[in-house]
Write a protein that binds this ligand. Structure first.
Ligand code: HAM
Length: 422
């Protein structure tokens, strides 16, 4: 036997039990998003590599180390999208739907980052993302957060909390950055290897360090919030006020800086302590400069993305109920005539909205009843030579073992009644 091929590391198969949980999340998310006027957009998985360097930032971990980039057959440098915001902005500029209008959009799909795989961190993962364009005021930031909270409630999710920060404008951030670098330069000897590497390129990320040995130096570092420009401060205050009015609890985390360069002003993360190191279930913020940076007309914007694997894992840990979609009836077919008639009988049931699995590949009554059990259908419908001759069908309740024979013409009504009672 030749060796079986395995999946690419960090890229998971999603088996039917898991898919059914995801479908429930997706259906609830869709309802919540539609309730706020967001419309779905579907975007390519491949984009030109340059798009991500120009948006996420060429000095970020994602662009420097984590992208799946390659030259295609015509020599074009392409990348499997590591996130959805850049592509959404690119599509908005290209299709002309951003300028001078308000757009509320959402998307869902796979993203790719060549990170070290561990629980909650994969190389192919999935996001439900939201992007809103054309609203500069903090009511939009509040809407995004309230919308997340509604989704968590709809899902029955608990153990998740909101962290917030403001990164100010590019100018106020640059001023802060110089001061932070001065502070860190003076403490070079206590910086770890990671921080030394970030010092020149992306010093704000040092604040995000999880290394216990770095905590003292990080805690004593100058704070970004003291360097906010007045307009950003007012924006942030107003957002906090709106959240309080909406009854949303939050923690201000001055060290929340995010790993993508495009953010301005508000950034937020919904985090949990139940997933180990990969604590962010949903993250986002405002990115007022990105549309212009990518060649469009200046357009304020904000959004977030939910990590599906992490959200699904949290719900599974919580022991959410089973969302399995199984057939309601299993059609047992004994003999060639029954097989022939079974096909149309099953179609009639499906026309009436019943989920029916038909036995395939023959087999004895015993074998077929075993398969019926395994299908998890509640009802087995037995069609043998006698039933075909008398246009009847035997309906067996697989839970209590009772059975009765009825005319085929009565089957739809009877089954619908039984299903209704369940
Ligand atoms: P992000 O923080 O890079 O932001 O990713 C958002 C979420 O995706 C994370 O909070 C996490 O739940 C999930 N995630 C990220 N990387 C992985 C991974 N390797 N494995 C599993 N899950 C992962 C963004 O992507 C921004 N585009 C969000 C945004 C939209 N900001 C504005 N609009």
């Amino acid at each position: 036997m030749s060796k079986a091929i395995q999946a690419v590391r960090g890229m998971n198969d999603l088996l039917p039990d898991a898919v059914e949980r995801w479908q429930r999340i997706e259906a609830l998310a869709r309802d919540v998003l539609h309730a706020y006027g967001y419309r779905e957009i579907r975007l390519p998985v491949l984009e030109k590599s340059e798009l991500f360097a120009r948006s996420i930032g060429s000095l970020t971990d994602i662009v420097e180390k984590e992208m799946y980039s390659f030259e295609d057959r015509s020599g074009e440098n392409l990348t499997l999208r590591p996130e959805g915001t850049a592509g959404c902005v690119r599509a908005g500029i290209e299709n002309g739907f951003l300028h001078n209008q308000i757009q509320r959009l959402w998307y869902a799909g796979p993203m790719f980052r060549h990170e070290r795989p561990q629980k909650g961190r994969y190389r192919q993962f999935h996001q439900i993302g939201v992007e809103a364009f054309g609203i500069e005021t903090p009511d939009l930031d509040a809407e995004l957060i309230v919308m997340c909270a509604r989704l968590w409630r709809a899902l029955g999710l608990d153990g998740i909390s909101l962290q917030l920060n403001s990164l100010g404008t590019p100018a106020s951030r640059a001023a802060y950055r110089s001061e932070l670098v001065r502070y860190l330069e003076a403490r070079r000897s206590v910086l770890d290897e990671d921080s030394l590497r970030r010092l020149d390129k992306n010093p704000l990320r040092i604040l995000d360090s999880k290394n216990p040995a770095m905590q003292d130096v990080v805690t004593a570092a100058p704070s970004l919030s003291e360097h906010l420009d007045d307009a950003s401060r007012a924006h942030f205050e107003r957002l906090l006020d709106l959240l309080r009015r909406a009854g949303i609890e939050y923690t201000i985390n001055p060290r929340l800086v995010r790993g993508l360069d495009y953010y301005t002003r508000t950034v937020f993360e919904w985090t949990t302590e139940r997933l180990g190191a990969q604590s962010a279930v949903c993250a986002g913020g405002r990115y007022d400069g990105l549309v212009e940076q990518l060649g469009g007309k200046a357009t304020p914007a904000a959004g977030f993305a939910i990590g599906m694997e992490r959200l699904a894992e949290l719900l599974a840990q919580q022991g959410d109920q089973n969302h399995e979609v199984h057939p309601q009836a299993y059609l047992v077919l004994l003999g060639a005539d029954a097989e022939g008639e079974g096909l149309t009988l099953a179609e009639r049931l499906r026309d009436a909205g019943v989920r029916v699995e038909c036995n395939g590949g023959g087999g004895s009554l015993k074998t077929q009843l075993k398969r019926a059990d395994r299908s998890r259908a509640r009802h087995a419908l037995l069609l043998g030579e006698d039933e075909v001759r008398t246009a009847s069908v035997t309906v067996k309740d697989l839970r209590d073992g009772t059975q009765r024979s009825i005319a085929q013409s009565e089957l739809v009504d009877l089954l619908l009644k039984k299903l209704d009672e369940e």
